[in-house]
Design a protein around this ligand. Structure first.
Ligand code: ADP
Length: 221
């Protein structure tokens, strides 16, 4: 079954917001791109479903864009913290369900948290953690921290596990973590069967306790 397409709006088309917008649109989602700078808006006309010039702190402008019908609104206004906060406040007052906001610093984060931002993102820090993980282990392709204890990691299949089935690896019994999916090139197997075979350079998407994941990565593959 085809994945249901979601409706997104991205406010602020700087480096971060611009990348989010382009990627969502590339994935085939509906994306409304908003910025108060006409040059930015022109630049994103071909990287979004619709690109408009608007000041996001102005409630009426947001209303006329029908922003409350969007499932997700990403606020990626950079240095202008005041505009970021005001925009977030307006969006939450309009009862937009998922408002994701880029934070510049801890004070900004605190305010966003208080006014109801649903998710607060620190792109530089998050990327820093991922790069560090990748440098430390060449096997770790990507890393998502779910909580202080649990993570999802993408691990690059090694020669050691080439041609093994999930039964051979027995990851759950031996390491207490679970292989959620196997990526091979463009293909992704999201419900791997016990007798599915893993090859070198496949990417294993594994969920578990951080200590268990580390053990699997260091000893199991
Ligand atoms: P980054 O650090 O991600 O590159 P920037 O600060 O460069 O972020 O980009 C933020 C974008 O947000 C700019 O393109 C800017 O024009 C836009 N922006 C700032 N204030 C508003 C506002 N009130 N309404 C809409 N867009 C805004």
């Amino acid at each position: 079954m085809a994945e249901k397409k979601k409706q997104f709006a991205v406010i602020g088309l700087g480096r971060f917001g611009g990348s989010v917008c382009k990627e969502l649109y590339r994935m085939g989602h509906q994306v409304l791109a908003i910025d108060n700078n006409d040059t930015k808006v022109n630049e994103f006309a071909s990287h979004s479903t619709h690109a408009v010039i608007a000041n996001a702190t102005d409630e009426k402008s947001l209303q006329s864009l029908g922003i409350r019908n969007f499932e997700y609104v990403i606020v990626a206004i950079g240095d202008d913290i005041q505009s970021s906060i005001l925009t977030t406040l307006v969006l939450k007052e309009m009862e937009v369900e998922n408002v994701w906001v880029k934070a510049q610093n801890v004070y900004h984060h605190k305010v966003l948290d208080k006014i109801g931002a649903d998710r607060i993102i620190h792109p530089e820090q998050d990327m820093g953690i991922r790069i560090a993980q990748h440098i430390v282990s060449e096997k770790i392709v990507d890393y998502i921290e779910l909580s202080d204890e649990y993570s999802i990691v993408e691990l690059l299949g090694t020669r050691k596990i080439h041609n093994s089935t999930l039964i051979d690896l027995d990851v759950r019994a031996k390491f207490g973590c679970t292989i959620l999916a196997i990526k091979r090139g463009e293909d992704i197997n999201v419900s791997p069967m016990p007798d599915d075979t893993i090859y070198e350079k496949d990417i294993l998407i594994v969920i578990g306790h951080k200590a268990d994941l580390k053990r699997f990565e260091e000893e199991g593959m």
